[in-house]
Design a protein around this ligand. Structure first.
Ligand SMILES: *[C@@H]1O[C@H](CO)[C@@H](O)[C@H](O)[C@H]1NC(C)=O
Ligand SMILES: *[C@@H]1O[C@H](CO)[C@@H](O)[C@H](O)[C@H]1NC(C)=O
Ligand SMILES: *[C@@H]1O[C@H](CO)[C@@H](O)[C@H](O)[C@H]1NC(C)=O
Ligand SMILES: *[C@@H]1O[C@H](CO)[C@@H](O)[C@H](O)[C@H]1NC(C)=O
Ligand SMILES: *[C@@H]1O[C@H](CO)[C@@H](O)[C@H](O)[C@H]1NC(C)=O
Length: 363
């Protein structure tokens, strides 16, 4: 079983080996099912297929998860389908991609009933069998590995593979643990000019975080068995989860996961070989955990200090009926409390900014 699965993946890679990845003009990248049967022009199946693609477009673009799945028609002309837009898309660019699916669905795969259409912004799958909607994993037929036609220029292929695996791994973790859409984007900034920036994306839909993690971990684990180790960009789009890595930015939001090679934070006089500098994923995390604890404490202390000052001023005003107040001093003490609040805000702001080293380049 496992062997069959591997060989089908390899086959698909060979099939797609000539496809240079991020060329939008080459969209869609179709994956046509063999042996799933074909339909004839003007058949009920074709009408159902087109109507279903329109319904999926409407539902996915209006859904908060950018996902829709359904079936249309009665046997033997039932069509099952799903449409998923990339997690950083909004309703209108999701609808645009759905429109392309509607236009393309009859144009590819020589009317194979079983087909997947992969786009940059969305993914569509149609079949006369509904199993793929219930499956918890990417099915063999539709799991579409695509890769760039370009290789990395760096000779440190092992370092590159480690960097990609690490980034994909952390992106998966973020998608599973921190994202309502089960979607995450990532960026790794390294020291090797051959792969200084690596960008990533992971996505699942309509499943538990545990199932999502298992689907994506499976892809991470097989990544370098599926793709040549020096390939510049690669992606797998299946019925249940998607994973992607590129040297150029391809998503429209800020990276949710940032990894940074240690050498970049304090540049050494001689560049440290990348294999000696593990990227630091945990640091941001622990820094923000510390912030979460410190900031509220400081805020409470400031509020308490200000309240105390105001209380003091009021008390002195009350007492002023009886003794002469030193107005200047009261004003100064309130002002200094406010000043320290202002400087704290500036300091935290700066701290946030300094954490964002490595941002930029994202469209
Ligand atoms: C499918 O679309 C056609 C128009 O293209 C319409 O006449 C038909 O009623 C639709 N069928 C269903 C089941 O939605
Ligand atoms: C679209 O949503 C409506 C209402 O939620 C639902 O009745 C219909 O089955 C959905 N259709 C598809 C194709 O998802
Ligand atoms: C959706 O995003 C595009 C840019 O990708 C933007 O031009 C458009 O205004 C956005 N539409 C909505 C409804 O937010
Ligand atoms: C990329 O590297 C592979 C070996 O992993 C090689 O077979 C292929 O020809 C190279 N492609 C280009 C465009 O240099
Ligand atoms: C991926 O992350 C898991 C924890 O989520 C860790 O146990 C594993 O070692 C990581 N693998 C790699 C290659 O970084």
């Amino acid at each position: 079983m496992l062997r069959r699965r591997r060989s089908s993946v390899v086959h698909a890679v060979l099939f797609f080996a000539a496809v240079a990845l991020p060329l939008a003009a080459a969209e869609p990248w179709p994956q046509c099912g063999n042996g799933g049967g074909t339909y004839t022009a003007g058949s009920t199946y074709e009408t159902n297929l087109k109507n279903l693609s329109l319904a999926l477009r409407a539902n996915a673009s209006s859904s908060p998860t950018l996902f829709a799945s359904d079936f249309l028609g009665s046997a033997p002309d039932t069509v099952y389908g799903l449409l998923l837009c990339r997690g950083d898309m909004n309703s209108s660019n999701c609808a645009n991609c759905g429109t392309r699916v509607g236009d393309d669905v009859g144009q590819f795969c020589n009317r194979a009933m079983d087909m997947a259409l992969v786009y940059d912004h969305c993914y569509a799958r149609f079949s006369n069998k509904g199993d793929f909607l219930k499956s918890m994993h990417n099915s063999l037929q539709s799991s579409t590995p695509l890769m760039s036609g370009t290789n990395i220029t760096s000779t440190d292929v092992a370092g590159y593979d480690r960097a990609v695996t690490e980034l994909l791994n952390d992106t998966v973790r973020y998608a599973v643990e921190n994202s309502a859409r089960l979607f995450a984007t990532g960026q790794r900034v390294g020291t090797d000019p051959g792969f200084r920036n690596i960008y990533s994306m992971a996505q699942c839909w309509e499943m538990s975080p545990v199932t999502c993690r298992s689907c994506l971990d499976d892809l991470v684990g097989r990544w370098w068995k599926t793709f040549p180790t020096n390939v510049e960009g690669a992606r797998v789009d299946g019925d249940r989860c998607h994973l992607r890595s590129e040297l150029a930015p391809f998503y429209t939001v800020d990276p949710m996961v940032r990894l940074q090679a240690d050498g970049l934070i304090k540049p050494a006089s001689a560049p440290v070989p990348p294999e000696l500098v593990p990227a630091t994923g945990g640091k941001n995390n622990s820094a923000s955990k510390i912030l979460v604890i410190i900031l509220p404490t400081v805020a409470v202390a400031i509020v308490a200090a200000i309240s105390l000052c105001i209380w003091n001023v009021r008390k002195k005003r009350r007492l002023a009926k009886y003794s002469r107040p030193d107005r200047t001093e009261d004003f100064e003490s309130v002002k200094s409390a406010l000043l320290s609040l202002a400087s704290l805000q500036v300091a935290t702001d700066n701290f946030h900014k300094s954490k964002k080293i490595g941002e930029g380049g994202i469209r």
